[in-house]
Structure formats: C-alpha cells, structure tokens
Design a protein around this ligand. Structure first.
Ligand code: ADP
Length: 620
C-alpha cells in the first residue's frame, strides 16, 4: 500500500502540483500579456493611420503635379498664339513668363497652396516676387537662398532611398544645374536624431523588456533631417515633397518638374509651400473617416511636432497627449508628427487582467481540488480493495477452520460409536446430540456461504408468501433452544399472542433468526443469557421487530455499521479465538432488505448487544 501511495504521489500529485505552480506563476504576467496583445493590435491601428495620412499627402502631391501640368499647357497655348506659333531661344522666354505668374495662379487654383514658387537653374527664383505681399517676402527670406542652391538647409524629404540610389555628376561647365550634381554623401546626410516629443506607454520593441540601449533609442525619433542643397535633394526626380523647420515652424513644400519639356527646360522647378491649416483640415476629414471598426475603447489622434493634437477621432476627448498607449511617427512628409492611440478607459486593462487572473486562479484551484479529491478517492478505493482482498484471504482460512472443527468432532464421535467404545445409553445420546449439533453448525455455515455466493451473482430467489413471523421465530427458537441449553445458555422468549403477518420467505427469515441467535451464542462470554422478543410498532409505519439480545462482549464502538459489510469481523479469530466467516450479518441484512425491512445493531444498556430485525407488516 505504501509503495502504491508513493508511486501515486510521484507520478500524479507532484507533477500536478508543479503544473499548478507554473500556472500560478504565469498569472502574474497576465497584465503584461494583455498589454502586449493590445499594443500589437493598436500599433497596427497607428501604423495604418500614419500610412493613411502619408497616402493623403501623396494624393495631394499628385494633384499639385496635375495643376502644374495644366498650368504649363495653358501657358504654352497662350504663348504660342501670342508669339505666332513659335517658341524661340529654347523656351527660356516662355518659362520666364510662365514661372513669374505661377504664384498667383496656383494660389487661385489650388486651395492648399500658401505660396507658389518657380525656380530656374539659370535665372534663380522667378516666383514669388518678394515685393508682391508679406507671405511672399517671408517665403523668399526663408527659402530663397536654399532654393537657388546658395544655402545648405536642414531638410526632411520623402525619397531618401531613391535619391541615394541615383548617382549625381557635376556638369563640366560648372553651371548651377539641378541635374546630376555630385556631393559627398557625408555632406548630404549630416543629420542628427532628435528626441521624440511623446513617450508612448507601449514602445514598439522587439524584446518584451527592452534593454537600456534599446529603451534609449526608442526615445529618439526615427525621422531624421539631412543638411543638403535643394538641387542635391531633388536629384533627377520629377516631383517630390520636402519639409523644413524654419524658426521652429514646419514648412511643407511640393515640387514638380515637367517631364515633357526639353532637358534644359527641365531645370525649371515649380513648387508650392502648403497652407498647413488647410492640410490639417484635410487630415481631420481623414481621421474622422478612418477605420470606424477600431473605435471601441480607444481614441486616436494626429499629434503635431509639439505633441499637440491637430485631429482627434472623438470630439471632446481629453488625455495626457504626451503619453499615448501606442504611437507611430508619420514620417518624412510630416516630420515629428505622430499618429497616436489612447485608451478611453486606461483602468480597463488592469481590470480585465485581474478578472482573467481571478478566473484562471479559480480554474487552477478547481484543478488542484479535483486532483486532490480524485487522488483521495483513488487511494481510499485502493485501500478498500486491499482490505477486501485481505478479508477474503482471512475468510478462506476462517471457513476452512470452521469446516474442520465440526468435521473433526463428527468424525471422532461417530467413530467411537461405530467401534462400540461408548457403552451407556446416556453417553451414546449425548454423543449423538453433539454429532447433530455439529452437523447443524456445518449446514448453517455451508448455507451461508452458498447463499452469499448466490446473492453475489444475483441468483438468490425468494418464495414470498403471507405468513406469521412470530410463528417462524418461535419455531426457529425452539429448534435452536436444545443446542443453546446444552451449552449452558438460557433463552428467554417474549412473543405476542396475535399473529404478526408479513409477506416473506419462511426459510430465509428463519436463517436470519438463526444467524442472530448463533452470533448471540458465539459472542457471549460470561453471562449466558439470550433474550428473544417480538414487538409490534404502528409508527411511523406498521412494522414488527424481532430483537435478539445478549450480555456478551458487545459490538466495539464505531463498528455498528461495518459489521454488516462482507467478510468484516470486529472480533477476529486470532484475538478473540471465535471462529466466523464474516458473512452471517451481511446475509441477514440482505435478506431483510429484500423483504423491505432491515437488520440493525443497537447498544444495550448494562452491556452486551442488541440486534433488531425489522419488517413491514402486511396490511390486513
Ligand atoms: P461472523 O461469522 O464473524 O460472526 P457475522 O457477519 O455474523 O460474521 O458477524 C460479523 C461480526 O459482527 C462478528 O465478527 C463480530 O465481531 C460482530 N458480532 C456479530 N454479532 C455479535 C454479537 N452478538 N455480539 C458482539 N459482536 C457481534
């Protein structure tokens, strides 16, 4: 048993406890796991929003290019009609006049334009005229030197990769041309990383817990500016956008070079500085229409380079703008602007984590309890089976012994009688009585064993019939009396006058009474007195009780129910010296229950035991 229990503990309980411990440990990481899941989800939202805004600007850039093309074709028509269908001097005169009027034209035709500009490699800035209006003057002051390639400026532009891939050459004449100008790469990318204005709660890091270096790098913007000349930036591309910070204010510009003009004329660039307020209006529309499916539990916003919200998904939403849940930088088009997601209820994550912890904790507890209860059931069942196996072994040796004892006496006395060694008739009668009693004992034992095995197989049959229980008990007692009295017992019977009619099998009921009387005899040590009573009860239901009482050693406390289990013996043969099979009471109870009654054991005042056979009375 100990070995089985040890194997059980090692194979089932210890691994289960280890699993439970691991599960409990993982509970602590629930909030982190949830945050990680949410951050991955919402990072997708901010990435998509950032891309949506970039797409919006690209659309606007294409729109601008179309306007430039339309403007130029209109200008060509007009020029040709005025100049009698001829463009002289390689178009320089035409471009001069077209370029000069571009600021006025584009502002009227394209609402996003704040200032239109045209810069020629030969003639410098053709438009706007610095004297035309204050915005134009300011534009020339801010960008004039940069656009005519006099100054190097810190610029963000959106085609870094393309640009780096394209070789640039210096023209032999040394003319200030927009095409193929060599500059040292180091000159071009003399840029420095800037710290991010916002600090998202969830950083987009590869590792769940970024190390110090990664954490540090996450606080810097990925969008970096380069110090470069205008001609170097645009290379031989046909259009693009670029951004500058002038006096800490963002200036966003689109530019376009008309591909259908001759190579020399390609060196005239048309561009526009965007009205940022109008761009923001457009962004607001985009944010409003962006992914309604993702709005539950979050609000998203576009933050400018000062971390101020310029477009918010839900009107009136307020938050610590510098601490979004996740954010993505929009990129070179709007440098240091970010698409950010905020949780509308920041406590909800902690709450769902604790609900999940609680649920998982309860499940683990349930699992541990189930394993504990299951183990207990298995061990106790094992214990029971082992006890039963031991009892069966005891039973075999007890029954063999019980068979052997009467057989020995029968053989001894019958041999003595047969050999004529017993002379007096009294002695002969006494020997014959012993042989009869021992035969009866053998019969009882064999009947019990046979009945038990029949009951076990479900083959025991009863022949029920109405009859007087008192009569059955009286007859059985009288049959048993000589045996008892010959062993020094006194049997006192108290039976009612009236018949006690029950529906039963006479032989089976007689067997119950014999078993009870036989036990009273076996377990009586000093005082050899047995009471046999029959009582009638009308409450709670009409029933009749047969009580068999002795003044013997009594049933040990706590065994009052166990003694009815098969093979169970409260007084085993070794300690008490009393032979038995452990089946007598089991059979008695099974027979009584088959009759709708029961056999119980009750304590008896003054010592000894009291066994009660209770049967329902058959209604008259
Ligand atoms: P057994 O063959 O051992 O008597 P039983 O099923 O008749 O088997 O009885 C089961 C156990 O109940 C006995 O071993 C004994 O310990 C206890 N018992 C039965 N009758 C009495 C009694 N009258 N007084 C004390 N103990 C009894």
């Amino acid at each position: 048993m100990k070995k089985v229990a040890l194997i059980f503990v090692l194979a089932v309980i210890l691994p289960s406890l280890a699993l439970a411990w691991l599960a409990v440990r993982s509970l602590r990481d629930q909030q982190f796991v949830l945050e990680r899941q949410q951050s991955l989800l919402y990072q997708g939202v901010t990435d998509a929003l950032a891309k949506d805004i970039t797409d919006y600007l690209s659309d606007q850039q294409r729109d601008f290019s179309t306007h430039v093309q339309q403007y130029l074709s209109g200008q060509i028509q007009q020029y040709l009609s005025e100049k009698k269908l001829h463009i002289g001097d390689g178009g320089a005169e035409f471009l001069h006049s077209a370029g000069a009027g571009f600021d006025n034209h584009i502002r009227k035709q394209w609402p996003l334009a704040e200032v239109g500009f045209c810069v020629s490699s030969k003639e410098g800035l053709l438009s706007p005229s610095p004297t035309s209006r204050p915005e134009a003057r300011m534009f020339c002051a801010d960008h004039g030197g940069f656009l005519v390639n006099r100054d190097i400026a810190e610029v963000y532009w959106n085609n870094v990769a393309n640009h780096r891939a394209q070789p640039v050459f210096k023209s032999a004449s040394g003319i200030n041309t927009f095409q193929k100008m060599p500059l040292l790469e180091t000159n071009l990318f003399a840029s420095k990383a800037q710290p991010r204005k916002i600090n998202p709660m969830q950083q987009q890091a590869v590792l769940p817990v970024p190390n110090e270096l990664q954490a540090e790098s996450l606080n810097f913007s990925k969008v970096v500016a380069a110090d470069a000349e205008f001609r170097v930036l645009i290379g031989d591309a046909m259009d693009g956008m670029l951004a500058r910070f002038v006096q800490d204010k963002l200036r966003l510009m689109f530019w376009h070079r008309e591909p259908h003009l001759e190579p020399l004329e390609q060196q005239t660039i048309f561009g526009a500085q965007l009205d940022l307020a109008r761009v923001v209006e457009g962004l607001k529309e985009r944010v409003k229409a962006f992914e309604p499916a993702y709005r539950e539990g979050i609000a998203f916003a576009v933050l400018d380079d000062k971390a101020k919200p310029v477009a918010i998904s839900s009107a009136g939403f307020q938050a610590n703008w510098k601490r979004p849940f996740v954010a993505t930088e929009i990129g070179q088009a709007l440098p240091h602007w970010e698409a950010a997601v905020y949780l509308t209820d920041p406590g909800s994550l902690a709450r769902s984590a604790s609900t999940m912890r609680l649920t998982l904790g309860l499940l683990i507890a349930l699992f541990v309890v189930a394993i504990g209860a299951g183990s207990w059931l298995i061990v106790s069942d094992l214990n029971r089976q082992l006890t039963l196996a031991r009892q069966k072994t005891d039973f075999v040796s007890n029954v063999s012994h019980e068979l052997k004892t009467p057989l020995t006496s029968i053989r001894m006395f019958s041999e003595m009688l047969a050999e004529g060694r017993v002379t007096g008739p009294d002695k002969q009668r006494s020997f014959l009585n012993i042989i009869t009693a021992e035969t009866a004992r053998l019969t009882r034992l064999i009947n019990n064993v046979l009945d038990f095995s029949r009951m076990e197989r479900g083959e025991k049959k009863y022949s029920f019939a109405s009859g007087d229980l008192a009569e059955v008990v009286r007859e059985t007692a009288e049959t048993f009396r000589p045996h008892l009295e010959s062993n020094g017992f006194r049997l006192n019977c108290a039976f009612p006058e009236s018949p006690q009619i029950v529906n039963g099998d006479r032989d089976a009921l007689a067997q119950v009474v014999v078993n009870l009387l036989s036990n009273a005899e076996k377990y009586s040590n000093g005082q050899k007195e047995i009471e046999l009573q029959i009582e009638r009860h009308n409450q709670p239901k009409p029933s009749v009780e047969v009580r068999v009482m002795d003044r013997g050693m009594g049933v040990p406390r706590g065994c009052e129910e166990k003694i009815f289990e098969q093979f169970y013996r409260a007084h085993d043969s070794l300690n008490s010296g009393i032979q038995g099979s452990g089946l007598g009471l089991t059979l008695a109870r099974q027979i009584a229950r088959a009759h709708g009654g029961d056999v119980t054991c009750e304590p008896r005042d003054g010592g000894g035991s009291c066994f009660v056979l209770r049967l329902p009375v058959k209604p008259a």
